[in-house]
Design a binder for this molecule. Structure first.
Ligand SMILES: Cc1cc2nc3c(=O)[nH]c(=O)nc-3n(C[C@H](O)[C@H](O)[C@H](O)COP(=O)(O)OP(=O)(O)OC[C@H]3O[C@@H](n4cnc5c(N)ncnc54)[C@H](O)[C@@H]3O)c2cc1C
Length: 387
């Protein structure tokens, strides 16, 4: 089997790349996408509202099967690529297929990081990354009981709210002393915590996990904190970051650091192999949000179509997808040597804080009314570009 372009990984980066390639019209060869998951690429960002029961399965579709067919893109699902031979321009899949390529894109994403804690391998301990994870969580939640979410970042809070809405008594463990400590200042985090606690989530800050314990059947039963507190757990969801999926690239001796190293054309250390999305590392940056990945997909589509383009790093903005809670954050939070403009209306639960350096916006947090968020973000990008 041979294709001019083979894309390994059928996730969000891959789906965006083929869309850009087809829209641009400059790439004419045969495209084959090979994915490990049973489904074609879906909107992973919407797994949180899917878990919370706020949307239907169909809302996650990125491209219909008809679209792939119409575009002449071949899909191979449920068949992980197991080995790569860059010097021979070929790869092998789990089902035993040997596939030759002219150019290859690695878009293998990340896996949930599971810290090496005693008990991490127990049944009922899981990450939150895939549609299948949502199905497992829903099944667990159908039995009720207690859930512990390890990690009070965006993903952890979205998982916790979903499980709470499904009827589980849910606790969130946050290692630092306030929630979303990378995206929010202490005040906004306090407002968020109060709202979530008001809904019935229990949030434990400064919480280090000592171990997870289970029963004789190997099922998790409790999470033990470093201070000795034992929390009942029928389900433990670990949302403590992601690890880029680099195993293929490393085995093929591509240059890897924390992820697969790429240059500004998204090219790896092998001339005909590119990488985009959460599996790649540009300079010192790795990725966990889609905004930079969309820009990478646009650049790579140009490069694969024989045009010149270069990826440039830019700041990203973040939002929490928990219904009824609006928060927005961008740039440097608690920026050093910056002046602060702050507005707070406790009556309506509205809070805004801006950080300025040399009269230029460098960071913003908005809680409550976040309608100005994108405007601040555009201002921040424009002022940065001028500098
Ligand atoms: C619950 C959740 C909520 C999120 N919410 C947001 C949000 O609100 N905003 C935001 O910007 N980002 C969000 N993200 C992050 C966003 O989904 C990711 O940044 C994005 O999916 C990364 O795209 P990717 O293609 O690099 O990786 P993925 O989408 O993970 O795709 C990688 C694919 O490659 C496959 N693969 C790996 N190895 C192989 C192999 N050897 N062979 C074949 N296939 C392989 C994987 O199975 C996977 O399907 C969220 C993520 C999650 C999990």
């Amino acid at each position: 089997m041979h294709a001019e372009l083979v894309i390994v990984g059928n996730g969000m980066a891959a789906a965006r790349l083929v869309q850009e390639l087809k829209q641009g019209g400059g790439f004419e060869g045969r495209i084959l996408m090979i994915g490990r998951e049973p489904r074609p690429a879906y909107n992973r960002v919407l797994l949180s509202p899917l878990l919370a029961g706020e949307i239907e399965d169909q809302a996650l579709e990125l491209h219909s099967t008809d679209w792939y067919e119409e575009q002449g893109i071949e899909l191979l699902c449920d068949d992980p690529v197991m080995a790569l031979e860059p010097e021979r321009h070929r790869l092998y899949t789990g089902s035993g297929k040997c596939i030759y390529y002219d150019q290859l894109v690695l878009a293998t994403g990340s896996n949930s990081s599971l810290p090496p804690l005693p008990g991490i391998d127990l049944n009922g301990v899981m990450g939150f990354r895939t549609w299948q994870d949502v199905e497992v969580m829903r099944e667990a939640a159908a039995k009720g009981g207690n859930a512990v979410v390890i990690g009070g970042g965006l993903l952890g809070l979205e998982a916790a709210e979903g499980l709470r809405k499904l009827g589980m008594c849910t606790r969130v463990l946050q290692r630092s002393d306030y929630l979303l400590n990378r995206q929010l200042d202490r005040h906004a985090a306090g407002m968020l915590q109060q709202t979530l606690e008001g809904r019935g989530l229990e949030i434990i800050t400064n919480a280090g996990v000592e171990c997870l314990q289970g029963n004789e059947a190997g099922q998790v039963t409790q999470v033990i904190l470093k201070d000795g507190t034992a929390l009942p757990a029928d389900l433990a969801v670990v949302a403590a970051g992601v690890t880029p999926e680099t195993s293929l690239a490393r085995a093929a001796e591509l240059d890897c650091d924390r992820a697969i190293r790429v240059d500004a054309e998204l090219r790896t250390s092998a001339v005909d192999i590119f990488a985009i999305g959460e599996c790649c590392q540009f300079e010192d940056n790795t990725y966990g949000l889609v905004a930079p990945i969309w820009r990478q997909a646009r650049v790579l589509a140009q490069v694969l179509s024989g045009e010149s383009d270069l990826y440039v790093e830019q700041p990203v903005a973040t939002q929490l997808k928990v219904s009824g809670i609006s928060l927005f954050s961008c740039g440097e939070i608690d920026a050093p040597n910056a002046s602060v403009v702050e507005y707070h209306d406790p009556e309506v639960g509205d809070y805004r804080k801006l950080w300025l350096r040399d009269e230029k916006l460098v960071g913003a947090v908005l809680y409550g009314d976040t309608r100005q968020g994108n405007g601040y973000f555009e201002q921040l990008l424009a002022e940065r570009a001028e500098a």
